[in-house]
Design a binder for this molecule. Sequence first.
Ligand SMILES: [Zn+2]
Ligand SMILES: [Zn+2]
Length: 388
Amino acid sequence: MHAFHEWYDSYRNNCSCGRKHERLTTEEFLLGDGVLKKLCPFLKKKNFTRPLIVCDKNTKKAAGNSIILLLDQQEISYDLTVLSENDQGDVLAEETALVHTMVASNSDTDVLIAVGSGTIHDISRFVSYKMKLPFISVPTAPSVDGFNSKGAPIVLNKKKVTYQTQAPIALFGDINILKNSPQKMIAAGFADMLGKHTSMADWEYGKITAGEPYCGAAALMTREALQLAMDSAESLAEAEEKGIYNLMTALIYSGMAMALFGHSHPASGGEHHLSHYWEMIFLKEDQKQLLHGEKVGAACGIIADHYHQNKQQIISAAEDSKQGEIKEIFNQLPSGESIRNVLACAGGKSTAEELHLADHVVENGLKNAHLIRDRHTMLRTLNSTPNS
Ligand SMILES: [Zn+2]
Ligand SMILES: [Zn+2]
C-alpha cells in the first residue's frame, strides 16, 4: 500500500519556509486493486451507521452499485442520491444538485460518500461541510487533482465561486474502477497535471517579482507529481494499470502540495485562469461544459506559447536584478508544442480547435483571464505593461 502520509510528512517535516504546515486531515489514502472492499470496515471502525451515497447515473454504474452491494452485505443502511443532468447533459455543482443532495439526507445521516469525479466531489464536499458531517472520497476517474483538497468550486447564478471547506476523511481509489473510466477523463487528469508546467512557472515568477507567498516543499512536491505524470504519458493512452496508478498518485500528490501550502498557487496559474474564463463564458451562454482537465490542457499549451512569444516583454518588465531568475524560469518552461505533443501522446485533445473553442474566446481570454484571480502571473504582467 502506498505510503501517502509518509510522503507528505517527509516534506512537511523538512520545510524551512517558515509557514505553518498543517497535518493531513485525511486519515486513509487507499489506492490499489479492490480497495473498495475496505470501505465497510472503515465505516464500522469509525462507527458510521447511515452513509449518504452521492453519485450520478454513470458513476452509480462505475462504483455506486458495488458500494450498495457491499453495504447490503454488511447490513449497513444508507441513503442514495443519483444526481441528474441539466439540459446541456452536464451534472454541475450548482443550486439544483446541492439541494437534491441535502434533501436526500436525513437526521441519521452521519457521513457522505462522494462517488464520482470532480463535480460529485465538489457537491459532496460543500454539502457535507455545511451539514457539519465528514465525507469519504471514492473517485471513479483519475480526472482532476482536487479529490483530497478543501476547495469546493460551486456554481451559483451561473457564476463559479470557490469555497474553502474540507478534505475527505478517507479516499478509496480502486484501480479496478479507475482503469475502466472513459479515456477522455483519464486524459483530462493527465492534462490537469501537465498544467503544472505553467502554474509552477507563474508561481515562481510571482514570488520573484511580487513577493507572492511561496513554499519550497510544496514546489518540490508539485514538481515530483508532475514528473510522475509525465513518465506515465505513454501507458495512459492504453489505460494501462501502472499508468493509471501513477497518474492517480500524481493527482493526490498535487492535492497534497496544495494542502501543505494552504492555497492553490502550486497547481493553478495562468492556464487555470484561462480555463476558468472559458468556463464562465460557457456557463453564461448555457453551453455544454468541457472537462476541467480538457480546458486546462489546451490552455497550458496556449499559455506556454504566449509566454515564450512574449518572453522579452516579461523579462524587461522586471527589475534588472531579477531578470536572471526569470530567464531561468523560461529555461524550465516547455514550449507549447511539446506540451501539445505529450498531451496527444496520452490520448488527450491538445488544441483549442479540437475543443471547438472559438478564436475570439481564446483571444479575449488571454486579455482578460488575469482578472479572475489576484495573482501576479506572467499573464497579468503582459496585460498591464506596454509592449516594448
Ligand atoms: Zn486543475
Ligand atoms: Zn513550507
